[in-house]
Design a protein around this ligand. Structure first.
Ligand SMILES: *[C@@H]1O[C@H](CO)[C@@H](O)[C@H](O)[C@H]1NC(C)=O
Ligand SMILES: *[C@@H]1O[C@H](CO)[C@@H](O)[C@H](O)[C@H]1NC(C)=O
Ligand SMILES: *[C@@H]1O[C@H](CO)[C@@H](O)[C@H](O)[C@H]1NC(C)=O
Ligand SMILES: *[C@@H]1O[C@H](CO)[C@@H](O)[C@H](O)[C@H]1NC(C)=O
Length: 186
């Protein structure tokens, strides 16, 4: 019995280590590197960041798989772990050229207008995104709201192209894609 339990524990730690390595081994275009990463629990996503304590900013790369006719998004919600009030970056592709762009917006409700808007916190560098081998990466820098490292983070994936973003599924993993994250401790 003890041996069986030990075996289970070892298997579990091996799985944990693999997940951690999956995000730790990620490489980024232009030789960009990030100090910390988290493999997120759903949607195959990972978050990579460097927190700059001097000015309370975080340089971020959010990575998630998606089809070329789908979008992915990452954001922070200063008001809670919900959709409404989330300040988000949405990466999508033009349906004809395949050009990848980032929409920056605040979600007014669960039926957002998706109008390009300034966020409730500073975004000192223009966000960018790329789509390589079926995976989106969104690069952004944010001034963490309230100058605090613990934040409500949200992420998502759904169908649609630029200018025609469709709602994400409202079941399963798509309803579990939130996490309270401390950018200092990881
Ligand atoms: C990550 O890198 C380590 C060290 O180089 C290597 O042992 C490991 O197999 C890699 N993991 C993955 C998932 O590529
Ligand atoms: C934000 O936090 C950092 C690190 O704790 C601190 O050095 C800085 O003075 C703070 N800035 C403001 C505007 O509160
Ligand atoms: C914040 O600090 C980092 C690290 O020193 C620096 O690279 C970055 O330019 C600063 N950002 C702003 C908006 O001041
Ligand atoms: C966003 O902020 C910039 C800089 O403060 C400003 O020039 C621009 O008009 C704002 N855009 C919107 C849509 O509010």
């Amino acid at each position: 019995m003890a041996l069986l339990l030990l075996g289970a524990v070892i298997l579990l730690s091996a799985a944990g280590a693999t997940t951690a390595q999956d995000c730790a081994n990620a490489t980024f275009q232009g030789g960009r590197t990030f100090q910390t990463c988290n493999s997120l629990p759903v949607l195959g996503a990972s978050l990579h960041w460097t927190y700059n304590a001097e000015n309370g900013t975080a340089d971020i790369a959010f990575r998630a798989p998606q089809s070329s006719s789908g979008w992915v998004a990452w954001g922070i919600n200063p008001s809670g772990l919900s959709m409404g009030g989330s300040n988000v970056f949405i990466a999508s592709q033009d349906s004809s050229s395949g050009a990848v762009s980032v929409l920056t917006t605040v979600l007014e409700s669960t039926s957002p207008s998706l109008t390009s808007r300034n966020l409730s916190f500073e975004v000192p560098v223009t966000p960018a995104a790329e789509y390589v081998a079926g995976v989106y990466t969104i690069f952004t820098t944010v001034k963490l709201p309230s100058n605090t490292t613990a934040q409500n983070t949200v992420w998502q994936a759904g169908p649609g192209n630029t200018g025609a973003i469709s709602p994400h599924p409202r079941t399963g993993a798509n309803l579990q894609s939130t996490r309270r994250l401390d950018f200092l401790s990881g």
